[in-house]
Design a protein around this ligand. Structure first.
Ligand code: 3PG
Ligand code: MG
Length: 406
């Protein structure tokens, strides 16, 4: 288990606490369209505010590459944050360092919030720059990192800043790490991993790590086609990476050595094109017509996956089993997700999901609330599945060893 400080170790009354959140939220026409990341930060914010801290929110938004851009300002988030904390005063500072930030923070009272402008408007953020981290650290007394979904970035607000102030993990960071550890570091066995999505090439390191750690690897989505091809099957016009076939074979060999069972779909849903309402056919995986695309796992494969999950105790889920955005190619994803949620509800299966399209797929299936834990992270979840040490977590661990809390 990771060793870092938490809010339990800080005394925050009367202090200014810099809280790194990940408010890189989906927006459309200047409005937040999904407030999940804001809501998931609330336990930390509430606890600090209730304890009498002045809370300063630090976040990035988009990838402005060191340039201030109106379309990447954090200002449009103000109404969404106010709606989430209606009884708390929120001030917005038009820059995240220097006197514009200082002045707004000075005006704010204990028990109130300040949102600083996008960290990535300064190139020191992504460069993990010492001067930029110094300028940030000058704004507060304590540092809390509640941005697990940005923990894979060795940026100033994630890494260098944690080395400059007494540092602790926020409640969301803590919850993410506890659940992820429960799923792969210390899991109830057997463990299954379900990995879907378009490409093997983006998930090579992840697959390589998982075959060493899980008993069952269920592969779906476009990447399953590359594995089928590696086994000598014809996948017709399906999305696949022909140059990755040898790599896929290597992963299958490593899985066999490690005693990990790799499950590929035994039947598939095909169509002539990826279009809503396209005429579909179901066939055995070895009988895919040359002019067809595989767009989902078939009904037999779906039933087999559900049956295998019945004998597992833990499931880590990343990615969809088919082209779930287009009906009816969402069937396998929806049915397996609902079955996993039912097993979770009856206490038979611990289900942890995250990364990329996963949350969208589970929400589409109506089960995002019924899994044991759904991570807020995309890339950070994937890197964690790869077995990598995340810079933001390492910084918190080192801070706990090196610095005492003021
Ligand atoms: C995310 O949304 O995945 C995180 O906020 C990280 O964003 P980034 O990929 O731009 O670093
Ligand atoms: Mg990302």
């Amino acid at each position: 288990m990771t060793r870092f400080r938490t809010l339990d170790d800080l005394s925050v009354a009367g202090k200014t606490v810099l809280v790194r959140v990940d408010f890189n939220v989906p927006m459309k026409d200047g409005r937040v369209t999904d407030t999940t990341r804001i809501e998931r930060a609330l336990p930390t914010l509430r606890q600090l505010l209730d304890a009498g801290a002045k809370v300063v929110l630090l976040s990035h938004f988009g990838r402005p590459k060191g340039v201030a851009r109106d379309d990447m300002s954090l200002k449009p988030l103000v109404p969404a944050i106010e709606a989430a904390l209606p009884d708390v005063t929120l001030r917005f500072a038009p820059d995240c360092v220097g006197s514009p930030a200082r002045e707004v923070i000075d005006q704010a009272a204990a028990g109130s919030l300040v949102l600083l402008e996008n960290l990535r408007f300064h190139c020191g953020e992504e460069k993990n720059g010492g001067d930029f981290a110094d300028a940030l650290s000058a704004l507060g007394n304590l540092y809390v990192n509640d941005a697990f979904s940005a923990a894979h970035r060795a940026h100033a607000s994630v890494d260098a800043l944690a080395r400059r102030l007494p540092a602790a993990a926020g409640r969301l960071m803590q919850a993410e790490l506890e659940h992820l550890s429960q799923a792969l570091e210390n899991p109830a066995r057997p463990v299954a991993a379900l990995v879907g999505g378009a490409k093997v090439s983006t998930k090579l390191a992840l697959l390589g790590n998982l075959v060493e750690r899980v008993e069952l690897l269920i592969v779906g989505g476009g990447m399953a086609n590359t594995f089928l091809l590696a086994q000598g099957l014809d996948v017709g016009k399906s999305l696949c990476e022909r140059d990755m076939a040898a790599t896929a074979r290597d992963i299958l060999d490593r899985a066999e050595e490690a005693g990990c069972d790799v499950m590929l779909p035994s039947d598939v849903v095909t169509a002539g094109a990826l279009e809503p309402g396209a005429a579909t056919a179901v066939c055995a995986t070895r009988d895919v017509p040359v002019d067809s695309l595989i767009l989902d796992a078939g009904p037999q494969a779906t039933a087999e996956i559900i049956q295998r999950l019945e004998s597992c105790k833990t499931l880590v889920w990343n990615g969809p089993l088919g082209a779930f955005e287009v009906e009816p190619f969402d069937r396998a994803t929806v049915e397996v997700a609902r079955a996993a949620a039912d097993m979770t509800a009856s206490g038979r299966l611990l289900t942890v999901a995250g990364g990329g399209d996963t949350v969208a797929a589970l929400s589409h299936a109506g089960v995002a609330e019924r899994f044991s834990y759904v991570s807020t992270a995309g890339g950070a979840f994937l890197e964690w599945l790869e077995g990598k040490r995340l810079p933001g977590v390492v910084a918190l661990e080192q801070a706990a060893q090196e610095r005492s809390v003021a």
